[in-house]
Ligand binder design. Structure first.
Ligand code: HEM
Length: 229
């Protein structure tokens, strides 16, 4: 028995590839902090205070990778228990990812070129929003409002996946300009990545609502026809 469709499989693989650098690359930082080799560029803040960044990387990894599975309709329909179990892990991981992100934003000492006030405030706003959306999604599903649950989780996932879009923008910029973006330009790029992700999530949510209302209309029409007969 096939659990997922071909399209779902392709989308899942694309999300994993897209999340590869921040999700799997982050694990190299964890390895380094655990005493392994230093493969990626040094982060003095991580060396000084490793606990929040290790928690952040591990929880973000779970949120991005397991989160991608949650959007597959086939798993939701055919394996609801698996969806619920993975969902609990994703909810906890998402909250830890955002909370540690907030903690580092406020408590790590960043040089001005890595975090100015624009990035500071956007991180505070979106980290808090991510927790709020996840909590809202849990409340919605407990009141059996599946559409609201899906919409809130999709928005939270879009914020989390901002890290991947930021890497994508950063690499694209390096290819075009031949050097790494820094200062205000880097901050604008990072914020734009979040804006783009949130815009895409709004388009997907709209499609979800349109499809759901079409399904309701066709079910109502069918039941009216069979009632008249
Ligand atoms: C859920 C998806 C996310 C992933 C995959 C992710 C990934 C990462 C990784 C790999 C690092 C370590 C960078 C390094 O080792 O130098 C990191 C650091 C950090 N992340 Fe995230 N992150 C995510 C979400 C967030 C969110 C939502 C926020 C905002 C509240 C945030 C704020 C931070 C901050 C402030 C740091 C420290 C940066 C530094 O020290 O230079 N992250 N993140």
């Amino acid at each position: 028995m096939q659990s997922i469709t071909r399209t779902e499989g392709i989308i899942f693989v694309l999300i994993i590839i897209y999340s590869f650098i921040p999700s799997f690359g982050g694990l190299l930082r964890v390895l380094e902090l655990a005493g392994g080799p230093a493969i990626i560029p040094e982060n003095p803040r991580a060396l000084l205070d490793p606990t929040p960044i290790v928690l952040h990387i591990l929880s973000s990894f779970l949120f991005c990778i397991l989160g991608a599975m949650q959007f597959m309709p086939s798993i939701r329909r055919r394996h609801p228990t698996a969806h619920r179990t993975i969902g609990r892990i994703v909810v906890i991981a998402g909250c830890i990812s955002a909370a540690t992100g907030l903690w580092m934003t406020h408590n790590y000492t960043f040089p001005q070129e890595l975090q100015g006030s624009l990035l500071y405030w956007v991180r505070i706003l979106l980290g808090s929003l991510m927790i709020g959306l996840i909590v809202w999604a849990v409340v919605a599903v407990r009141s059996h409002n599946v559409m609201r649950h899906s919409a809130m989780m999709l928005r939270a996932y879009a914020i989390g996946q901002g890290a991947s879009t930021q890497v994508f923008f950063g690499i694209t910029w390096m290819i075009i300009a031949g050097s790494e973006a820094s200062g205000l330009l880097r901050e604008i790029m990072m914020v734009s990545a979040w804006v783009l992700n949130l815009m895409i999530s709004e388009i997907l949510i709209r499609q979800l609502f349109v499809r759901a209302s079409q399904a309701i209309k066709s079910t109502t029409a069918k039941s009216m026809i069979s009632y008249k007969r």
